[in-house]
Design a protein. Structure first.
Lengths: 204, 204
């Protein structure tokens, strides 16, 4: 009320970081809802309440914005899941459920649009391939840690990989319909199989 | 040379069926390579060597052509896999490998483009949702038969469902890079876990 506005009191660097974050979040939401063909820097800038010029200052190209957004959100989600299990390997079935949850929300939907677009658009291909590999490695490392899986035992690495492949397949099955009921039963069954496989791994 | 051409000797109905089949095969190849945005009736007609008018006689709309193509190819593939295992349940690991193969070729790539487009395009949504459900049921039934899985036992239905979810996730992982080496190791490991789970199902 007539005094110094909040914006003036926040240092410029923090405002820039907040703008960047708003753009990244709007980009993931936009990609998840409209797909690659409906997602442009302008649409995201408007959604985030940021000028087109400011958006382009942060992200010079459409590819920068959307690959950056998927990477940022993946890091946020990974950090959030790790925070759910501060001790690690507490309850494997709860860990499996949390990992599968990674692939049922807007982040996976956005990533899927980006992957599929990258498979038929040359300028997107190499960047998304590299991004997918990096995010995949991080997710695998998190899964190994939280499941308390000993990858020096034969078959354990592939067991964890297969679990993450299944989680992505479950995400795909949730794309067009709400698959939560079926998914819950599949996760309960395969969570039990995984628990047994990790517990009785050869070499134990 | 100068005699009656082959085309003249083939009954009209057979020629129409052959044209339809060429269009369906060209539509899957086109969708797999160019994605939904690059796939139109005209592009497919040209690829199939068919006039645009003839293509529209068989498939009045773009949606008819591409949903029809994915359904046709899925039926062809299902029939081909069943033919590989005439006795059924001969070697479960070979069955798992054949099921996973369903999701690593052009058919899965085409279906994926269609699913992802359907998730953000209203006129495609209901048709693809219905198609996905129908193809999913057929594939599940085939998997149960070939694996010799007894679904009256608790957990067996979910075990087979989870396997097919994993197969789709493995297909996704193969979209941008050749993932054959890793996939083979995952399939070997989870094939063994599945074999054990189906063999020692509760109630056996």
């Amino acid at each position: 009320m007539g005094g110094v506005s909040t914006a003036d009191r926040v240092p410029k660097q923090d405002r820039s970081r907040a703008t960047r974050q708003r753009l990244l979040e709007a980009a993931v939401a936009c990609l998840a809802e409209r797909g690659w063909s409906g997602s442009t820097v302008s649409v995201v800038a408007e959604r985030a309440g940021v000028s087109r010029g400011a958006a382009q200052h942060h992200f010079p190209t459409r590819e920068d914005l959307f690959t950056g957004a998927v990477e940022y959100m993946a890091e946020e989600r990974t950090t959030a899941i790790r925070a759910l299990f501060p001790e690690g390997a507490a309850d494997r079935r709860a860990v499996v459920a949390a990992l599968v949850d990674l692939y049922t929300g807007p982040l996976f939907r956005a990533a899927l649009h980006l992957w599929v677009a990258a498979s038929s658009e040359e300028q997107l291909g190499p960047r998304v391939t590299e991004l997918e590999a990096r995010v995949g490695r991080e997710t695998h490392r998190m899964a190994v840690d939280l499941l308390g899986a000993d990858e020096s035992r034969p078959g354990v690495r592939e067991t964890v990989q297969g679990l993450l492949d299944m989680a992505r397949g479950l995400g795909l099955a949730n794309l067009l319909t709400d698959d939560a009921g079926r998914r819950e039963r599949v996760v309960a069954q395969w969570g039990a199989l995984l628990d047994e496989a990790l517990g009785h791994a050869p070499g134990a």
